[in-house]
Design a protein around this ligand. Structure first.
Ligand code: F6P
Length: 360
């Protein structure tokens, strides 16, 4: 068993409801075990700039369980290794500077909370010699090896509530209402919120869609007397003969920004069906606000387990939800992969059986 005295905790990538619950669990579990915790601000920048770190005690994390965002701040700028870092002490290679500061700050290990990007960067630092454990975070639910990530349930709950609200106005006006949800290249949010909200059409990246098929299903509904339709489209979904809608191409280490699928669908469906159509982009509303009870509990379990792993010298691992347990899995088995919706996923097959159109 390692003699752990001081650990750092950081949050990286896009925020997700539940980050603060993890931080709280890490701080309380570590402090109760006699381990000091340093909060690192803005992801690994907390190890670059000395003013971006601070000790965290249990009293610093009191009351944050239910708060969205992250008290440590975060950055979502892709690969940090490609640019040298300019500090008042000079210009450094990003990786070298992190390694040097980790030693200087006398840290024994890190808890790195983040999505695929942050976990990949963490794995690089683990291979360079930093003992650490990763905690998977994302509203997209696209991290392999864990059945769920905190943030997903909150995003789905919000999107479902939005779909519920859109139902009443769509019905009143006999319109098509298209709802664009996040999720990057995975359709988890669209599928779960779409089914929970009773959508008529669900378009996900895993199933390229055909506008003719969607228009036919909407006409069918009209003929049956259901004069409105709710279409949920994932931001990463694309037509069979088209491409994913992009707001901004990838540049300088930043990933491409997806967006526009809702507008694209609404424009085509209005033309093809002759029905008045509106679209709504839920965007970052899905990442804001308080985490659900499920996400608070999962985030707390992840944070507690991450510290337990460090206390037992189990480094280079990611905590994963394998109901009913939280288990460690090697980070190397996680990075560089995306968990998409399997085409034989029970919820997808059930939705099809209920008559939901996937546009294929
Ligand atoms: O990965 C989470 C996520 O919200 C995606 O669903 C979305 O495509 C992306 O982040 C948006 O990133 P940003 O907040 O940098 O615009």
């Amino acid at each position: 068993m390692p003699n752990l005295k001081k650990i750092g905790v950081l949050t990286g990538g896009g925020d997700a409801p539940g980050l603060n619950a993890v931080i709280r669990a890490v701080v309380k579990t570590a402090c109760n075990a006699g381990v000091e915790v340093i909060g690192l601000e803005d992801s690994f920048d907390g190890l670059i700039y000395p003013e971006k770190s601070r000790p965290l005690s249990p009293s610093d994390v009191t009351g944050i369980l239910r708060l969205g965002g992250t008290i440590l701040g975060t950055v979502n700028r892709g690969n940090p290794f490609i640019e040298p870092i300019v500090t008042p002490d000079g210009t450094f290679d990003y990786g070298d500077r992190v390694m040097e500061m980790f030693q200087k700050m006398k840290l024994d290990a890190l808890v790195c909370i983040g999505g695929d990007g942050t976990l990949a960067i963490s794995y690089d630092f683990y291979k360079k010699g930093i003992p650490l454990v990763g905690v998977p975070k994302t509203i997209d639910n696209d991290i392999v090896g864990t059945t769920s990530c905190f943030g997903f349930d909150t995003a789905v709950s919000f999107a479902t509530d939005a779909i519920d609200r859109l139902h009443t106005t769509a019905e009143a006006h006999k319109r098509i209402l298209v709802v664009e949800v996040m999720g990057r290249n995975a359709g988890w949010i669209a599928l779960h919120a779409g089914v929970a909200g009773g959508a008529d059409v669900i378009l996900i990246p895993e199933i390229p869609y055909d506008f003719k098929k969607i228009a036919a299903s909407i006409r069918d509904r009209d003929e049956r007397g259901a004069r409105f339709s709710i279409v949920v489209v994932a931001e990463g979904a694309a037509p069979k003969d088209g491409s994913v809608s992009i707001l901004e191409a990838a540049h300088g280490g930043y990933a491409e920004r997806l967006g526009g699928a809702g507008h694209h669908c609404a424009t085509h469906l209005e033309k093809m069906t002759g029905k008045e159509t509106r679209h709504v982009v839920l965007g970052h509303l899905q990442r804001g606000g308080q985490p659900t009870a499920f996400d608070r509990a999962l985030a707390t379990r992840f944070g507690g387990k991450a510290v337990q792993l460090l206390l037992h010298g189990q480094y280079g691992k990611m905590v994963a939800n394998h109901p009913p347990d939280i288990v460690p899995i090697p980070l190397g088995e996680v990075v560089g992969k995306t968990k998409t919706v399997p085409l034989d996923y029970d919820l997808l097959l059930t939705a099809r059986a209920l008559g939901v159109s996937f546009g294929d």
